[in-house]
Write a protein that binds this ligand. Structure first.
Ligand code: MRU
Length: 353
């Protein structure tokens, strides 16, 4: 990840501590935080210090690995099981969290003794994070083929560097295209209520010097209708066996609008986001977050330069806040995977595994 010319990763392991970019304070402040046990790591995921399916997965993997490293030899399996439970309860929708923790746990427990198990857990968490970076780069190479010398792409939420260890999913093709000398312009849905588009995707694009405009979530249809969007690329939190996709709330309506306007709608996802135990999107658990995220907004006050929280609705008003929605496969033109661009259906998904 390019931050003012310096290279970073979203999350990494350093001396038995999980270090990560503090995402809620972006774009106004760039800060690294560190956590030293699974409880702290789970809290960071829950509070979205780190967010985005891939970044959540890698963070949880590291969290479980440090739990293994710190576990007593006598109660090794029990302590790992406890940390796994806490981490898995942090956020329910993104499948990568389960993918990473299952594999780190398996690595730790399949060794002959705890000492070896600790080393195996750390090695596995690092290996999976490295693999994720490679998968995202492959997604970038595959997806770049979809972009003309000049393309106008619409994206929703943040599926860029910050949503993974590096590169991103939906944004990787854009970063690759920029490096190939293509002229890309990005319409960035602001993505209420937490504004991952306005705060994170726009910040990433500014760092990469890629032309973009942030638009209100309800403006996407207008630009599609006017012929100002060539294609849409979004990320995924979980892909079901039949190609239905869970992604940030609002993705579904963008996909329907894209179909209505004859605009290709692509989803980008690494293999760790596919849940082959789930037949359709109906089975994907949708996280319901605090109503406060809808009723309040947080930003930098122009007058003081300080971060302020402001109420947006009447004191009496309640809010509903589903964090994700399901886009049925029929609205998806293709899924950009590290193994190629596939149709969103059972047959094609089975082929890449
Ligand atoms: O709630 P978040 O910020 O963790 O959700 C992230 C998303 O839904 C993004 O849209 C993204 O596409 C999936 S993460 C690669």
């Amino acid at each position: 990840m390019n931050v003012k010319g310096k290279t970073y990763r979203t999350v990494w392991l350093e001396k038995s501590r999980v270090k990560m970019i503090n995402q809620p304070v972006l774009p106004f402040k760039f800060e690294i935080l560190e956590f030293e046990n699974a409880e702290e790591v789970a809290k960071a995921i829950k509070e979205m210090v780190v967010r985005g399916a891939g970044a959540i997965g890698a963070t949880a993997g590291y969290g479980l690995a440090i739990a293994a490293a710190n576990a007593s030899e006598k109660y090794f399996a029990e302590e790992i099981g406890k940390a796994e439970k806490i981490l898995k309860a942090s956020r329910p929708t993104a499948y990568d969290l389960f993918y990473f923790t299952d594999r780190v746990k398996e690595a730790a427990l399949s060794e002959k003794n705890a000492k070896k198990g600790k080393e195996a857990a750390i090695a596995k968490a690092k290996e999976l994070a490295k693999k994720q970076v490679e998968m995202c780069e492959r997604i970038g190479e595959q997806g770049e083929k979809l972009l003309e010398r000049e393309s106008r792409v619409l994206t929703h939420c943040n599926a860029g560097w910050l949503a993974f260890v590096d590169w991103g999913s939906a944004m990787a093709p854009i970063y690759k295209a920029k490096r190939a000398g293509k002229k890309i312009f990005v319409w960035v849905d602001e993505t209420r209520p937490r504004l991952q588009g306005a705060r994170l995707t726009a910040w990433e694009l500014a760092n990469e010097k890629i032309g973009h405009k942030v638009i209100a979530d309800n403006a996407a249809g207008h630009f599609m209708q006017k012929g100002e969007v060539d294609l849409c690329i979004v990320g995924a939190d979980r892909v079901a066996e039949n190609g239905d996709v869970a992604n940030k709330i609002g993705t579904y309506e963008k996909a329907v609008l894209a179909k209505e306007n004859g605009i290709p709608f692509y989803v980008a996802a690494p293999l760790s986001t596919f849940d082959l135990g789930i037949k359709s999107g109906k089975e994907i658990p949708i996280e319901e977050r605090s109503e406060e995220e809808v009723l309040f907004a947080q930003g930098k006050a122009e007058s003081s330069g300080k971060t302020e929280r402001i109420r947006l609705a009447a004191e009496e008003s309640k809010a509903a806040n589903p964090a994700f929605d399901i886009t049925p496969a029929k609205y998806i033109t293709g899924i950009i995977t590290p193994k190629g661009i596939i149709k969103a259906n059972n047959n094609e998904i089975k082929k890449i595994f």
